[in-house]
Design a protein around this ligand. Structure first.
Ligand code: ATP
Ligand code: MG
Length: 405
């Protein structure tokens, strides 16, 4: 059989895209598609309402499919054969796409070009009639085994089948909503939180806090591997590794035990806020879910947030753990997140943590600490890992523990 060369037709939802917003959305989406397909020698272009990827040989379909399935903003995409809007030619091309075992089919046409000499219904009838005559297949409008799609736009036409059409991840293209800084713990929740915000168009930078040498360095390695998985969805990632041991030692020495975990959290937010400024990020993102652990009561979340001016987004706040786990599995971070680690916050964990702290109580509990100096000292020891897109550049090695903390 001759080798086919396809054009991928990329569709996006246009709901809520208005005016100038829309041109911007399309431009960003185009860049994200180009970025995702880098190195594959394909031609990416834009026509009204669609993005086209031309020159896709059959041998590359799987790879292109895999990469496009991680481009936020795409509602779906299809691998089509492209031709002039000539119904006879399109019927011939359709024959190449119909698998042998299929017995019934229908044709469904969409017409962007209103100047064509035929209506959508006429196109469906004509192409359907030709396919039936050549193959003996039966038309079944209600419950066909295969649907042949025709699309017409500008002066071109495309034919594909439902077996060559795939869902995209939806959402908005990364970059359309600016940047955020996600606090990535190495656990299950925070990568899902980052992914959710990415899906709404925000590119994420990451920060992980470790307690080395009081705990091992496994959490940092896990955070890096999670960031690598997430990097595929946004064309790379920047991950800061920050030692928290200095801050924790001070809290341990000078603050009431029951507030320890909450105070660690406040310092994490403060340090993350500074890194967010450095990265041009407009919000912090955490994986908190309401009521999941003692630090995640309404009161405690509020009292922790008060340590910073920054907007703190908690996309998982109303999700059940089982839902988060399912999503983590789909994204591909779950297997990494369940590897063993020593959590930085389990280090000297209070026996009876406060469950309803107020901002005033936490401010009092910090009265003996030199907060700005502790934040500066931690920032000075922050290490930045630049994780490339998996389609570009070589993977960076796993981080190793710092020599001095
Ligand atoms: P996760 O699965 O993301 O670790 P969790 O349910 O275990 O979440 P906590 O450990 O209470 O919850 O942490 C709540 C959130 O605080 C995390 O989702 C993360 O955003 C942030 N966080 C906690 N520990 C760290 C850390 N060591 N480094 C960076 N962020 C952290
Ligand atoms: Mg955790």
């Amino acid at each position: 059989m001759e080798a086919l060369v396809f054009t991928a037709l990329l569709h996006y939802h246009e709901v809520s895209l208005k005016g100038r917003n829309r041109a911007r959305f399309e431009q960003i989406l185009l860049s994200r598609v180009q970025e995702a397909l880098v190195g594959l020698d394909l031609k990416v272009s834009r026509i009204p309402g669609r993005i086209l990827v031309r020159n896709v040989p059959e041998a590359k379909l799987e790879k292109v499919k895999e990469r496009l399935s991680k481009v936020f903003g795409l509602a779906n995409f299809a691998f089509a054969l492209e031709a002039d809007p000539d119904l006879e030619v399109l019927a011939e091309l359709a024959l190449k796409l119909i698998p042998k075992e299929v017995k019934t089919f229908r044709v469904s046409a969409k017409r962007g070009n209103k100047k064509l000499p035929f209506t959508s219904i006429e196109a469906e009838r004509e192409v359907g009639g030709r396919i039936a005559a050549k193959t003996g297949l039966k038309v079944d409008l209600k419950n066909p085994e295969l649907t042949v799609f025709l699309e017409f736009a500008l002066d071109r036409a495309w034919v594909y089948t439902d077996r060559l059409r795939f869902p995209g991840p939806g959402g908005l293209p990364v970059g359309a909503s600016g940047k955020v800084m996600t606090l990535l713990s190495g656990g299950i929740d925070s990568p899902v939180a980052a992914w959710r915000v990415m899906k709404r168009g925000a590119k994420s930078a990451f920060v992980h806090f470790h307690s080395y040498p009081h705990t091992d360095f496994a959490s940092a390695v896990k955070a890096k591997r999670e960031a690598e998985v997430l990097a595929a969805w946004q064309g790379g990632a920047r991950l800061y590794l920050v030692p928290l041991a200095g801050v924790q030692a001070e809290i341990f020495a000078k603050s009431p035990e029951k507030y320890r975990t909450l105070l660690y959290r406040r310092f994490m937010l403060r340090i993350a806020e500074r890194l967010a400024e450095r990265e041009g990020a407009g919000a912090l993102v955490t994986g908190d879910a309401l009521g999941q652990v003692a630090s995640q009561t309404l009161e405690n979340l509020h009292a922790v947030s008060k340590a910073v001016d920054a907007l703190v987004l908690r996309p998982l706040i109303a999700m059940d753990k089982v839902e988060v786990i399912e999503e983590a599995k789909r994204i591909g971070t779950y297997e990494i997140s369940i590897l063993p680690q020593q959590d930085c916050c389990s280090f000297l964990e209070p026996r009876r943590p406060a469950t309803r702290a107020t901002p005033e109580e936490l401010a009092d509990a910090e009265a003996g600490l030199d907060v700005p100096a502790l934040v500066e000292a931690a920032l000075a020891k922050a290490e930045l890992l630049k994780i490339p897109s998996p389609y570009k550049g070589e993977a960076v090695p796993d981080p190793v523990p710092p020599e001095e903390v």
